[in-house]
Design a protein around this ligand. Structure first.
Ligand code: CA
Length: 225
């Protein structure tokens, strides 16, 4: 899952980013409205966390602008004041939910999961393909009842593939979704991690799920499905 965090306070942004990364989210940080709109124009996000108090233009106007551009990405607004007016303004601007600062990180995670469930293509917390199953809350993976131990990166890669099952995905799409903007486009990191993942998810089993799509990249699909 890829999240855009729009927050100008570096300390808070760093804290939230780190916490979300530990929960296997891919996080990009935008420091103001213009940066946020640029990020959204350039990439697909599953969720946006939007601080209300931003320099120049506030979070409400970013949200309105996103909706005006037809973006339906779920938006969680962070408001510093527990003012009814702010919450109403946020929801009216097209936000899906809000959280009052300071918040418990656990609550932020729960709200993000709830928002994810609302998006039609990501409803399930449990991703399954054939005998492979991935729990997006506990991050536990099993195949044919056997536990598979995945690193954080491998987990994100497998989650991304499963959420786009059957779709051929390019290396660039995969890299952006799994590494965010931190990756070097020249590197073969996607191929390397696909190999790691195959070793764990496919090699011990007869039917292979991760498939190479010639001239494109990779996809995950149950062949006999
Ligand atoms: Ca702020």
């Amino acid at each position: 899952m890829r999240i855009l965090l729009v927050e100008d306070e570096a300390r808070i942004a760093a804290f939230v980013r780190k916490g979300l990364q530990e929960e296997r989210y891919v996080v990009d940080v935008a420091e103001d409205c213009d940066a946020a709109l640029d990020f959204v124009a350039a990439a697909e996000y599953d969720l946006i966390i939007l601080d209300v108090m931003l320099p120049r233009r506030d979070g409400f106007s970013v949200c309105q602008e996103l909706r005006r551009r037809g973006r339906k990405t779920p938006v969680l607004m962070l408001t510093a004041r527990d003012a009814v007016d702010d919450r109403v303004r946020g929801l009216d601007a097209g936000a899906d939910d809000y959280l009052v600062k300071p918040f418990a990180f656990k609550e932020l995670l729960a709200r993000l999961r709830a928002l994810t469930r609302r998006a039609p293509e990501t409803q399930s917390l449990q991703l399954e393909l054939g005998d492979l199953s991935l729990d997006t809350v506990t991050h536990a993976a099993t195949r044919a009842g056997q536990a598979i131990d995945l690193s954080a990166r491998e987990y994100r890669l497998l989650e991304y593939l499963l959420r786009h099952r059957g779709q051929p995905l390019t290396r660039t799409q995969i890299a952006e979704a799994v590494w965010g903007y931190d990756f070097d486009a020249q590197s073969n990191v996607v191929d390397v991690y696909i190999r790691y993942l195959r070793r764990k998810v496919d090699d011990p089993f007869e039917s292979k799920l991760i498939q190479t799509v010639r001239g494109v990249g990779y996809k995950i699909e149950a062949r006999d499905a």
